[in-house]
Design a protein around this ligand. Sequence first.
Ligand code: NAD
Ligand code: MN
Length: 499
Amino acid sequence: MTQATRAAWEQRAADLMPETRAFIAGRYQPAASGATFDCISPIDGRSLGQVASCADADADAELAVVDARRTFESGVWSRLAPVKRKAVMIRFAALIEAHAEELALLETLDMGKPINDALNVDLPGAARAIRWYGEAIDKVYDEVATTAHDELGLVTREPVGVVAAIVPWNFPLVMACWKLGPALAAGNSVILKPSEKSPLTAIRLAQLALDAGLPAGVLNVLPGFGHTVGKALALHMDVDTLVFTGSTRIAKQLMVYAGESNMKRVWLEAGGKSPHIIFADTADLAAAAAAAASAIAFNQGEVCTAGSRLLVERSIKARFMPLLIEALGQWKPGHPLDPATRVGALVDRQQLETVLGYIQAGHDQGATLVAGGNRVLEDTGGVFVEPTVFDEVNNRMRIAQEEIFGPVLSVISFDTPEQAVQIANDSPFGLAAGVWTSDLSRAHLTAKALRAGSVWVNQYDGGDMTAPFGGFKQSGNGRDKSLHALDKYTELKATWIKL
Ligand code: NAD
Ligand code: MN
C-alpha cells in the first residue's frame, strides 16, 4: 500500500479534523446533554478532539434504541433479500478499503499502534470481516425437518432484532467489524458502543456504512463511557442481544445487567492468559523464538490472545532463551507514525500504570527480569514500555495468573508433557494456546488436552475468517468469525404445519 514517510503521516495528522459526534438515525449529532470527553493521543499526549459523551441513559441510548427498533420493524433492512444485503455489505467493505489510510491514521493516533500495522493488519482485517459475511449471507440455507408425510417442519433463522455491540480499544475497527459483519448481514439493527479510549474509527465507520447504502438507523454509533452509555445499553429493556469484547470483569457485570433487565442474550469475548508451549523436540527453535517474541510484543502486547505465558521444556531452556532475547530485539518501541516501527504506544496513561504495576509485581514476587522492564521514549510525551521478559516465573505468581494486556512475558519451565498441560490449563482463562513440537501425536494429544478456544501448532495466532474465535472458561462464550458467529445474531424458529 502506501510508501508514505513519517513526515507525510505527521502532516496528515496535523491536518486531520476527526468527526467526534454520535451517529443516530443516520446523522451525526452531539450527545443530548452536550457533554463531551477529551480524546487524548497516547503518542504525544495531544488532544484529538472533544468526543460526544453519550452519558444520559434516558436520552442518547433511548434515541438510538428506539431508532434501531423502528428501523428493524420497518423491514427496510431486516426483510431485504439476502442477496441485496450482500451487495450493501460488499460496498461497505470496499469503502473501508478506499478509506484505509484515513482510518489507519485515526486508529494509530487514537490508540497508539504502529501505522504499518493499522494499515496492513487492522484495515484489511476489518474490510474482510464485512465482506466475508456479505458474501456468505445468501448462501446460508434454512432447514426442512424430517416429518411425517402429512406435516411440514420448517427450521428457520431470523434476525434477533436490536443488537448492542460494546467493543474494546486494542483492535477497535476489527473488533467492531467482527460484530457488525454477521449482525448486519443477518438483518439486525445495531448500536455500536466503541471504547472511550478509541472512539474515532467507529464514528467514521457509520458514515461509510450509510454511503454504502445501509439504511439510516440500521447502524447507530454511541461514543461514551462504559459505566454510562455502555451500562444503559446493557440494562435496556428493548435491546435483544448484547455482544461484547473486553475484559472478563466487565463481561461478568454484563451478565448481571442482562439478568436484572430483560434477559437479553449476552455473548462475551473476554480476557486471556494464553500458554505458549515449546517442547524440546521443536524442529526450528529460532522460528519458535520469533513467534514467542511476536506473541507478546505485537500490538504492544495489548492482544487478547497474547502468548503471555511461555512454557519452555527445561532441557532446552539454555539454548532457547538467547534465541528469544535475540528475537525480541526486533521489537523496539518507536514513533507510531514511523512506518518502520513495530511497537507503538500503550493506549493511555492508565494502561501504562497497570503495566508498570505488573512489572513491579514480577520483581516483588521473585521472578527474574531478563529483558526490558522500563518505560521508554518519555520525552515524546507518549506512553511507551519496552517488551519485557521475566524468567523463573511460577504459575501461581500474579504475572502468570492475571491478564496484563501489555508487553510482559512470563517464562515458566516444565519437565514433562503432562506437566506442561497441567500448568497451561491452570488458569481462569481459556482463550488460546500454542504448541511447538515435531511429534505428530504429541501435537494432537496436547491440542486436545488444552482447554482453549484456539490452539496453534508450530505457529502462533494463525487463522482467518473461516475459523471460529472465542474462549473456554472465563474467556467468554460463543464465537466470533466463521458461520458459527451467526448463532449470536439469529433466533431459530420451528414452524410446524399440518398438511
Ligand atoms: P473493558 O472491559 O474495560 O472495556 C470494554 C468495553 O466495555 C468498552 O467499550 C467499555 O467502555 C465498556 N464498559 C466498561 N464498563 C462497562 C459497564 N459497566 N457496562 C457496559 N459497558 C462497559 O476492556 P478494554 O480494556 O477496553 O479491552 C481490553 C480487554 O478486552 C482485555 O481483557 C482483552 O483480553 C479483551 N479482549 C478480548 C478479545 C476476545 O476476542 N476475546 C479481543 C480483544 C480484547
Ligand atoms: Mn484514544
